[in-house]
Each structure stands twice: as C-alpha cells, then as structure tokens.
Design a protein around this ligand. Structure first.
Ligand code: OGA
Ligand code: NI
Length: 365
C-alpha cells in the first residue's frame, strides 16, 4: 500500500500543483466500478418545498409540503427547500469566505489542521488517515452547538483560537450562518414530523439543543475528472443535511440502482435525510447514497450543515412509528458513539449504518 505522504513532497503546493497536472497520483484514482459515469447521469426529480408557505399555516401549502416531503423521503430522502427566508447576502458571504480561506497557502490552512480522530478542522487528502480512493477536495469543519450560552460564539471562538485575529470576520460569517442553519433545520424538522405523522413539535423539540457540524467543501478543478471523485459514495451518518451548493454542479444520488444528478439551484437548499434520522423514523425515511464529482473547468463549493442530536439524547423512534407491521429496525444509541465510530473505525460509505449496528451489538454483547 502506498503512503499518502509520497505525493506530499512539495507540501505548500499540493492541490495548487495537482489541479494543473494531468498525471493524477494513483491514490486519487478510484476503482472502475466507482468511477464517475461516462455520460452525465439523468436528473433526479427533487421536489421544491415552499417553506414559508408551510410555516404560514396555509392549509393548501401545508398539505402540499407534507405530501411532497413524505413521498421524497420514503423514496430517496432528498428534497429542495425554497422560500427558506435565509438572507442571500449571508449565503454569498459564506461562499466568498470559502475562497478567502481555501485560497491561502497550505501552511496557513494547516493552522486549523484536523487531528486524528477529531472531526473539526482543515483536512485535505494529505491530512487524511487513508491512502486509497482519496477524495479530490479540501474541507474545513467545525462544531455548532445550539445550547445556550455556547450557541452565541462557539464558531467565532473556534476560528479565532485556531486561525487568529485576521479571521475575525470569517468567524463572524460562519457563526451567523450556523445560527441560521440551526433555525432552518428546526423548521425542516417540524415539516418532517408533520409529514411522517408524529406532529410538528416532536423532532423540533428533539433537535432544539442540537450539537451539529458545519463543513465547507471545496473541490478544486481536476484535469482528469473521469478518474476521481470529489466525495466518494456515502450516506451521511448525521440526522439531516442542509446543503447549499454553488451553480457548478456535481452532486449525485443513487436511486433505482443508478446514479442521478441533483440540479443546481442557488435559491434552494438541498436537504437530505441522514442515517440517524432514518433510525428515528424507524426506517421509513431513507438515508440515501450520494457522492460528488469534480470537473476540469471550475472549482466547486458547497456548504453543508449536518444537524446532529445533543450528546445525551437517545436516538430512538417515537412509539407511533413502531407497530406490529413495522417493528423496531435499529437499536438505541447516542450520537457521540456513532460519530466516534465514523471518526475512528470506519470511513463513511454505503454500509456505515449496518457496520455501526454490528459494532454496537458486538460491543454490548
Ligand atoms: C457531504 C456531501 C456533497 C457536495 O459533505 O457529506 O455529501 O455536494 N457533500 O458537496
Ligand atoms: Ni454527504
């Protein structure tokens, strides 16, 4: 097996060097059955949900939103949220600040370098613990806690601590962005609760003091985009993902045994169900396999807010979702254990939840 450090000779030039190079290192070349489709895959129909309409309580808007969400989540777990009320200026600022950060030299970005076993910090394939099937991307991740008093400054403090004064504005932008995403995800949680028949407040209350993860995904251009992947196939282990992608395109979802692409729409957030929410819905709502491809023309950016339960919450479906016809599908757990599993024992892929359940049962038997 190759050591990932072999491609890391010119440390400060890594992706800057790679993005213009037609000889992409072996570590980034994915096996044939995982490579991007030779032709652009068909578009997935992802219904746009009018969130403001839903929240207004207008009966027609409510019934449309709940029906569309129910259908989409039973089938594949992806939908779009429009009329979401998030200020476009904030979204643009969040994208602009990704260019600011990822445009810095590697030594600077590595001030925030992610430590082994941790989920916060800067990571590229060169700070990764794996040496095969490397993703063609750089990421910066941080924790957001909606629990008072952390909620008001957790992101700002983290950024200031690791990156220094020069990043004050940068920290402020993502602090605000996370606060808005936390609120938006609680509205989406209401909609999901109503659509699945447990009422509006059940999931909202469950996630009120969420302990979530924000991740900035930065996909440099690649001279051989047909050989590699920006993000390999995986299901998000988290509860819900609220993603804003720019207009470049590249997000793909595996539905009906084939890959589909998710059309870009900068006015919308892509919402997808993660494994933890699938468990809470007793398997009714699907956490679906997805990936991201790269291209040789434009750098792509996405902002992913992963809603996660507060650490001590037991992940378990409400009793209404357990019936004789639909018995319990998954054991109880708490989110930190699942997070630890994906950080220390297993790289998220198509089987993460099954592997975790096996590990859990083995551990407690
Ligand atoms: C993720 C993810 C896809 C994208 O961050 O989990 O699936 O389009 N990202 O960036
Ligand atoms: Ni994902």
């Amino acid at each position: 097996m190759h050591d990932e450090r072999q491609v890391d000779g010119e440390t400060s030039l890594v992706f800057d060097f790679l993005k213009n190079n037609a000889n992409i290192p072996q570590q980034f070349i994915w096996p044939d059955d995982e490579k991007p489709c030779p032709q652009p895959p068909p578009l997935l129909h992802v219904p746009p949900i009018d969130l403001n309409g839903y929240l207004s309580g207008d009966p027609v808007a409510v019934s449309n939103a709940t029906r569309l969400v129910n259908e989409a989540c039973r089938k594949h777990g992806f939908f779009l949220v429009v009329n979401h009320g998030i200020d476009m200026k904030l979204i643009n600022e969040a994208h602009k600040n990704m260019d600011f950060f990822f445009g810095k030299p590697l030594v600077e970005k590595e001030k925030a370098k992610r430590k082994v076993g941790d989920y916060c910090g800067y990571a590229s394939s060169f700070t990764n613990r794996f040496s095969r099937n490397l993703p063609w991307k750089e990421t910066l991740s941080f924790r957001y806690s909606a629990e008072f008093p952390y909620s008001h400054h957790i992101v700002q403090n983290y950024i200031l601590n690791v990156m220094g004064q020069e990043y004050t504005h940068f920290g402020d932008v993502y602090q605000k962005y996370c606060e808005e995403m936390s609120k938006l995800s609680l509205s989406v949680a209401e909609l999901l609760g109503e659509s699945i028949g447990v009422g509006r407040s059940y999931f909202r209350e469950f996630f009120e003091e969420n302990d979530s993860i924000m991740r900035l995904n930065y996909y440099p251009i690649c001279q051989k985009p047909d050989l590699t992947l920006g993000t390999g196939p995986h299901c998000d282990p988290t509860s819900l993902t609220i993603l804003h992608q720019d207009d470049v395109g590249g997000l793909e979802v595996f539905v009906d045994e084939k890959w589909h692409s998710i059309p870009t729409n900068t006015n919308a957030f892509v919402v997808n169900i993660g494994d933890t929410f699938m468990v809470m819905s007793n398997g009714t709502y699907k956490s679906c396999l997805h990936r991201a491809i790269v291209n040789c023309r434009r750098t792509r950016k996405s902002l992913a807010f992963f809603l996660c339960p507060k650490q001590d919450k037991i992940v378990s479906p409400p009793k209404e979702l357990i019936t004789k016809n639909l018995p319990r599908k998954f054991p109880d757990f708490t989110w930190p254990l699942f997070l630890e599993f994906t950080q220390k024992h297993y790289r998220a892929d198509r089987n993460t939840l099954d592997a975790f359940v096996q590990w859990l049962l083995h551990k407690t038997s």
